[in-house]
Design a binder for this molecule. Structure first.
Ligand SMILES: NC(=O)c1ccc[n+]([C@@H]2O[C@H](COP(=O)([O-])OP(=O)(O)OC[C@H]3O[C@@H](n4cnc5c(N)ncnc54)[C@H](OP(=O)(O)O)[C@@H]3O)[C@@H](O)[C@H]2O)c1
Length: 442
């Protein structure tokens, strides 16, 4: 039986899952089994390192342990009871430095080595999971602010750590007394990592340098201040030289370390939100009397790239998808007894006037003539042969919102806005005598 201590932490959880998937008997130690969320079939035991009496039942029948301990937790009560067994300890690549992170982990390694000859240390530094901290920034826009953007690391994937741990925890693995520094396959700066996340998301994400003093203050609010200061100083030093790549993952697992780009793919949803790869959070879904015609129109006018269509037995299209820029448009043929439900769509293109000309050539009718608007966008509206209205726009100028609001009272922009409102009103109401619609009330 293998006991994983820290089974709900990163690296601990993945090791439990890896062992369980291989059919290796594994027991997960946690203070809260009811919230641990570990895979079915894993034996979960409630124990607390600060309550030594809880540890004896957890260690019953255990031949090997993985320790994933939070910074500062005293391992002595556990090590006294686990003495002589195989122990793999997750440690830090900050060793052999002299900061508090290095000192704590060096002390932990010494304590484990004092408890058993059958010990192995796995050191990691700036693992890939640290990049999850970028996710909340990306929710606000495509910019990530980090201290020391040029700091280099060889971010290791947690699955490689778990597989390395699993390999050592296997009986007679021959890793006693060894220290392995686990790294990814290449050194990347923090800015490189951010760019890799942008590549996976399909749009550029830039990096800005954050003030280290401000970051230290933020981090110190929820972690030990000495630990936070040591973390920043490790990053500062990592700006000066590319991080070291080691062969340890390949030696232990038998396969090359997973690239950072693979880690990003595995965690894409953390950065991109709930939409699957290639889809936007809100996706237009058009019901049309002629999906095939619509796909041809979108291809000709907006450089759409058809992704697929599902023909039904009666010859209609039950589902189709076409990519336009970063958006997938979905469409299908309406049933004969459904009302027409044309859509109103806004589409951004490199040259609105050229796209409107193509739309007209493809059978569309101009609803709103092209004009330049107060907020720096130029374009107009067309109605395609199936009734969908496309507001085709190009950004011609970056205009601050307050400038745009001010411009609205200038005659040329006021006229453009008036025309845009009136022409849409005329088109949708079918009346030619419209002024400008007010919202319907009551
Ligand atoms: N992230 C990094 O940059 C980095 C770098 C190098 C090394 N590491 C190593 O990664 C390891 C864990 O880091 P982490 O930030 O993922 O840890 P963490 O989130 O703080 O998780 C700590 C784990 O310890 C368990 N735990 C806490 N107090 C306990 C107690 N009194 N008795 C029993 N179990 C207890 C928790 O389990 P329950 O809450 O379920 O009881 C949890 O599974 C550390 O060894 C650290 O050295 C991390």
């Amino acid at each position: 039986m293998i006991l994983v201590v820290g089974a709900t932490a990163f690296f601990g959880r993945q090791t439990v899952e890896t062992l369980a998937a291989r059919g290796v008997p594994v027991r997960a130690l946690t203070r809260n089994p009811s919230t641990a969320g570990l895979p079915a079939g894993v034996e979960v035991v409630r124990a607390d390192l600060t309550d030594p009496s809880s540890l004896d039942p957890a260690l019953e029948g255990v031949e090997a342990l993985l320790l994933v301990l939070p910074y500062g937790l005293d391992p002595a009560p556990l090590l006294q009871r686990a003495a002589g067994r195989r122990i793999v300890v997750l440690s830090s690549g900050a060793i052999p430095g002299s900061d508090v992170i290095a000192s704590y982990h060096a002390g932990l390694e010494r304590a484990v080595a004092a408890a058993t000859d059958r010990w192995t240390a796995l050191r990691i530094l700036f693992p890939a999971i640290n990049s999850l901290s970028y996710a909340h920034q990306l929710a606000d826009g495509p910019v990530v602010r980090v201290p020391y953007p040029a700091a280099s690391s060889t971010a290791v994937h947690e699955l490689d750590v778990a597989e390395a741990a699993a390999a050592i925890l296997t009986p007679d693995a021959g890793h006693d007394g060894r220290v392995y520094t686990l790294t990814g396959p290449a050194a990347l700066t923090q800015a490189d990592q951010v760019a890799a996340i942008g590549a996976a998301l399909g749009h550029p994400v830039s990096t800005e340098a954050a003030d280290p003093a401000a970051v230290l203050a933020q981090l110190s609010a929820f972690m030990d201040a000495g630990f936070a200061a040591a973390l920043l100083s490790l990053l500062e030093r990592a700006e000066r030289a590319p991080a070291e790549v080691t062969p340890a993952v390949a030696e232990l697992t038998g396969h090359p370390a997973r690239p950072y780009a693979e880690w990003v793919r595995d965690h894409r949803s953390a950065f991109a939100g709930p939409a699957p790869a290639g889809y936007t959070t809100v996706a237009p879904w058009i019901v049309t009397p002629d999906t095939a015609g619509l796909l041809g129109f979108v291809t000709a006018v907006f450089d759409g790239v058809e992704l697929g269509r599902v023909p039904l037995e009666d010859g209609t299209i039950g589902h189709a998808e076409i990519r336009v820029g970063d958006t997938v448009l979905l469409a299908f043929d309406r049933r004969p007894d459904w009302p027409a439900t044309p859509s109103l769509l806004r589409v951004f293109v490199p040259d609105a006037d050229a796209a409107i000309a193509r739309a007209v050539a493809a059978g569309a009718r101009v609803v709103t003539a092209s004009a330049t608007h107060a907020f720096g966008q130029r374009g107009g509206r067309v109605r395609d042969p199936w009734g969908n209205i496309w507001w085709v726009s190009t950004v011609v100028e970056d205009v601050a919102p307050e400038v745009g609001m001010r411009r609205l009272s200038e005659p040329v922009y006021a006229q453009a806005m008036h025309d845009a409102q009136q022409t849409l009103d005329r088109e949708l109401s079918g009346r030619t005598d419209v002024v400008v619609s007010r919202p319907v009330t009551g």
